[in-house]
Ligand binder design. Structure first.
Ligand SMILES: *Cc1c(COP(=O)(O)O)cnc(C)c1O
Length: 353
């Protein structure tokens, strides 16, 4: 594959305190750019990380024709670099692209150019267990035109950000609150696509949740405000009578790669998994009668996020005494063991650099 590379004169990696990283604040030396012009993806370029320049009229800013992804690379015990499930993230990027009329990209172009960037910036993959290099691919519409139409030109980019373990003091349970006025995504909308619009819709309710002392919003369905959807940055699983119940992928929630990985591990371990609609009332009833064992979120950033409390209207439930549950811990341990190369990759999830 042809790729044009302009390297930095001097790496910034030694200026970064790799032991004190906040999520998404520090970026590696280089970035990848692939422009889509005249109906095709052009030669990839790797450039020093820095500002990009566009006219104020680009469609992405005015009408939101933008998608993104988020995956990770891990430093293994034997000094190699593992990328977790790149094919799966790439498939989702193309699904999001189709929903937003953005051109798809071949896996080879996506993967090979990502690998070139990772090789160049491999010293940016933190070595501590729990730490990783977050990979953020994104595509945005670049036509200079403020009429509403599908853009003809696009830019694909990847930037890299070293990140610490999500929970510094182990897996800290989060507090969720349901939202009864606002919705994240309605059937037929953008809920199944990884696109900034879904996040824009969630900011105001998210702020209100924070003011009330909650970590995040637990979204309910747009039609009846009854069925549980997801948390907006993570999918959600309930363990009821030792069976995992999680909302189905019917277009309003994002198809999480971590969700898929956890359900696979659960099924292989003989744990019952039920992908079905579940109401908030059912969850509260299960908490009441003692059959709600655990609740946890799944997402690339935290892997597993145990849920300690849920507030719905004027009722609050405490889950598993506000402590992490056995299954949540098991899934965290199993997924991270594969990511860090501590356990054999029996599912074919790892690509080693
Ligand atoms: C990215 C994302 C998730 C989690 O997906 P993973 O592939 O597990 O990281 C869940 N919900 C939304 C809305 C997301 O954007």
């Amino acid at each position: 594959m042809k790729i044009n590379v302009t390297k930095v004169k001097k790496s910034r990696v030694n200026e970064v305190d790799m032991k004190n990283l906040n999520f998404g604040e520090v970026f590696s030396d280089h970035m990848l750019i692939i422009d889509y012009i005249d109906g095709k993806w052009q030669t990839p370029q790797i450039l020093p990380y820095g500002d990009i320049c566009f006219p104020p009229s680009i469609c992405a800013i005015h009408y939101g024709q933008v998608i993104f992804e988020g995956l990770k690379a891990f430093y293994t015990r034997d000094g190699k670099i593992n990328i977790f499930r790149p094919q799966k993230y790439h498939e989702r990027m193309n699904r999001s692209a189709r929903r937003l009329c953005i051109p798809e990209m071949d896996y080879d172009l996506f993967f090979n150019s990502m690998v070139e960037l990772l090789k160049l910036d491999q010293t940016w993959v933190p070595h501590q267990k729990g730490y990783s290099l977050y990979i953020r691919p994104f595509i945005f519409a670049t036509d200079s035109y403020i009429g509403v139409r599908v853009s003809k030109n696009y830019r694909f980019m990847i930037i890299l950000s070293p990140v610490a373990a999500y929970y510094k003091e182990g897996l800290n349970p989060v507090r969720l609150i349901t939202e009864s006025e606002y919705v994240r995504a309605a059937k037929g909308g953008l809920g199944g696509a990884k696109t900034p619009a879904n996040y824009a819709a969630s900011l105001l309710p998210g702020n209100e949740a924070h003011k009330k002392g909650f970590t995040q919003v637990l979204w309910l369905d747009a039609a009846e405000h009854k069925y549980i959807e997801e948390v907006g940055t993570m999918n959600i699983c309930f363990v009821i009578n030792n069976e995992i119940v999680t909302p189905p992928l019917d277009g309003t929630i994002l198809e999480g790669t971590t969700r898929d990985s956890v359900l696979r591990i659960a099924r292989e371990a003989g744990i019952k998994v039920n992908e079905r609609r579940i109401t908030i009332d059912e969850v509260f009833a299960a908490a009441q009668n003692g059959s709600l064992n655990e609740v946890f979120g799944t997402g690339t950033a935290a892997v597993i996020s145990p849920v300690g409390e849920i507030q719905h209207l004027d009722k609050l439930i405490k889950i598993n005494d506000g402590k992490i549950g056995a299954l949540s811990q098991k899934f965290y341990d199993e997924v991270t063991a594969v990511q860090y190369g501590e356990k054999p990759d029996k599912y074919g999830w790892i690509v080693t650099l």
